[in-house]
Write a protein that binds this ligand. Structure first.
Ligand SMILES: *Cc1c(COP(=O)(O)O)cnc(C)c1O
Length: 343
């Protein structure tokens, strides 16, 4: 890619040199295949297409200040994918295979790894699908594990530009004893209708509540919620939230910076007491929240507004953001041993 292109990257797909995949059949994983064609051949009756037998991961590779290429906590992604696959009842790659394919995809696509200083990175998308043709409703016997990548910039375009959000009181992304804590494509499908309504009303994100009582904050459609109150980092405790690796890392960094960390149920009313609020996830690390509107329904024009910032990221969120990204780009000592080198 031309050097000038890196700054224009958003979170969208750019075709790279190769994709990798391997198949699980008759109880074993086959050879890892590398292909320049990003189309795959799949039975029209594959379980992924009919019963959403699919889970995925997202992590990034960074070109560091020292020239080294780092992956951020890939073993956490491997473990989470194994959890998701267990829920779906399909075979999952072990951690060793997962990480070796992460390394291989980066090495084969170094031309698409953004240089240090651009703020961009190479996003990896490990994807696991039910592969064999089937009609009956059952967990797929065969699976295909794909390792895909695409260079990405800041998720929304503007780095640390605050986003607004609306609370969904009349839609849930996941059921009480359901799929919320697994990284399934199906959860995203289930959130699109409410996300589209929110977009049509001028909101960037939807904040979902606990599906049982709709009184507690769960998370956004694709990222966790956190807030800052005095010297505290607060994030919701709930069984219907996806366990974000970014959130877990922010908790560790916050504690290390001398903040108190609270993971506990958070009520909607408590929003009024927070000085900063944000979204967190791999794609963005942190997106500050400008305001959150609590509406009787997403379609309604009525709202109670909780305001956090007008234009810029709050100071505590910014400090956390800089620490995490500093570790990822090799600018700050990796004292928790989070990064692994690609070579
Ligand atoms: C992937 C994801 C996140 C963020 O997790 P990270 O590990 O930090 O990238 C948050 N919420 C949902 C629903 C997700 O799918």
């Amino acid at each position: 890619m031309a050097a000038t292109d890196w700054s224009k990257l958003t979170f969208s797909y750019t075709k790279t040199s190769t994709i990798l995949y391997c198949k699980f059949k008759d109880g074993v994983w086959g050879e890892v295949e590398s292909h320049t064609d990003d189309n795959i051949l799949l039975s029209s009756f594959a379980g992924v297409l009919h019963y959403s037998i699919e889970c995925f991961e997202g992590l990034k590779a960074f070109r560091g200040k020292d020239g080294n290429v780092r992956l951020f906590r890939p073993e956490e992604n491997a473990k989470r994918m194994q959890n998701s696959a267990k829920f779906l009842g399909i075979p999952a790659p072990d951690t060793e295979l997962f990480i070796s394919m992460c390394r291989q995809i980066v090495k084969e696509n170094l031309d698409f790894l953004p240089p240090y200083g651009t703020g961009a990175s190479l996003y990896l998308r490990p994807t696991l699908i039910g592969y064999n043709p089937q009609l009956g409703v059952q967990s797929s016997k065969e699976a295909m594990f794909m390792m895909l990548c695409s260079p990405v910039g800041a998720y929304t375009g503007g780095n640390l530009e605050p986003c607004n959000a609306a609370i969904a009181r009349n839609y849930d992304r996941a059921a009480t004893f359901g799929t919320g804590r697994y990284k399934l494509g199906g959860n995203y499908a289930a959130s699109l209708y409410s996300l589209n309504i929110a977009h049509s009303k001028g909101y960037k994100a939807v904040l979902y509540l606990d599906p049982a009582t709709h009184t507690l904050i769960d998370e956004f459609n694709s990222s966790n919620f956190f807030a800052i109150k005095g010297n505290k980092y607060i994030t919701p405790l709930s069984d219907t939230i996806l366990p974000s690796i970014t959130n877990k890392s922010l908790e560790t960094v916050a504690a290390d910076l001398g903040m108190e960390v609270e993971r506990r149920p958070v009520t909607v009313e408590e929003l009024a007491t927070f000085e900063e609020a944000g979204e967190c996830g791999t794609a963005v690390v942190i997106t500050p929240i400008s305001y959150i509107d609590d509406k009787p329904s997403l379609e309604s024009e009525e709202y109670t507004r909780y305001r956090f910032t007008e234009t810029e990221c709050g100071p505590k969120s910014l400090r956390l953001y800089k620490t995490i990204t500093g570790i990822q780009y090799g600018e700050i000592e990796d004292k928790f041993g989070w990064c692994i080198f690609v070579d």
